[in-house]
Design a protein around this ligand. Structure first.
Ligand SMILES: [Zn+2]
Length: 248
């Protein structure tokens, strides 16, 4: 039965919360206080965003809880303002196909298609493959955090790896550190050296930022060892220190 005018607000049950936390090992490091803060934020996220299944997928409450928890981890100390301007989350059962059209430098329009596991449309919905959310292809990957990073990045314009920075952070230092890291990754790949960071980061500066954010939360030691300046920038940006470099 569907009641007109009634919008379902699923409550975050203890069971769904615990299951989502267990399925997200990189949230396990949180202190009891931060864990409580994350739960509150997750409930607010569930109330603020709408979920829609695509290609026949029914988005169960447990799935919403897992996506919401992972979306809230990056903004644990920033609040949900970073996710302003959009509300929809579309969930496909697996990878989905998008049709693209672009014009090259001489004005020829090309059409193509690509299979994606995630997409963030500027001021539009976030699109996710449930299969990739549930079974990340590698331990340093978290599709929800990746797409949320793009959402933060596009708060001040096109995705370019330069999100609006909080007061006290330097835009020129951010650009210096991210550019140096991006170029170093590209050079490693040019020399056929396999980097530890997901090479997808070498696609462009916006993907570098999104992959760096994923790694900051999932494998922070890796990011700290290979790109310490980027780790420090993200530590200031997110106001989190996943490996406790400031308290150790
Ligand atoms: Zn991306």
């Amino acid at each position: 039965m569907r009641l007109w005018g009634f919008r379902r607000r699923p409550k975050l049950t203890d069971a769904h919360w615990r299951a989502a936390l267990t399925a997200t090992p990189h949230a396990a490091r949180l202190s009891p206080n931060d864990r409580q803060r994350l739960r509150t934020l997750t409930e607010q996220f569930l109330a603020a965003k709408t979920f829609e299944g695509a290609a026949g997928l029914e988005v169960a409450d447990a799935m919403r809880a897992l996506i919401a928890l992972r979306a809230c981890l990056p903004v644990l100390h920033l609040g949900l303002d970073g996710y302003d301007g959009w509300s929809g989350i579309v969930v496909y059962p697996a990878d989905f196909r998008v049709h693209e059209e672009y014009e090259d430098e001489i004005g020829v329009v090309h059409r193509g298609q690509a299979d994606l596991c995630g997409q963030s449309i500027a001021r539009g919905p976030m699109v996710l493959s449930w299969e990739t959310v549930e079974h990340p292809p590698a331990p340093d990957q978290d599709l929800v955090i990746h797409e949320c990073a793009h959402k933060l990045d596009t708060l001040n314009g096109p995705a370019d790896g330069f999100p609006p920075l909080p007061a006290g952070m330097s835009g020129s230092e951010w650009t210096r550190d991210f550019t140096a890291a991006f170029e170093s990754l590209v050079q490693q790949l040019d020399r056929d050296k396999e980097p530890r960071l997901d090479p997808y980061a070498a696609t462009d500066p916006s993907e570098f930022f999104a992959v760096a954010c994923e790694t900051f939360f999932t494998q922070p030691v890796l990011l700290y060892e290979d790109f310490p300046a980027v780790y420090r920038q993200l530590q200031q940006f997110f106001r989190q220190d996943p490996i406790g470099t400031t308290t150790a």
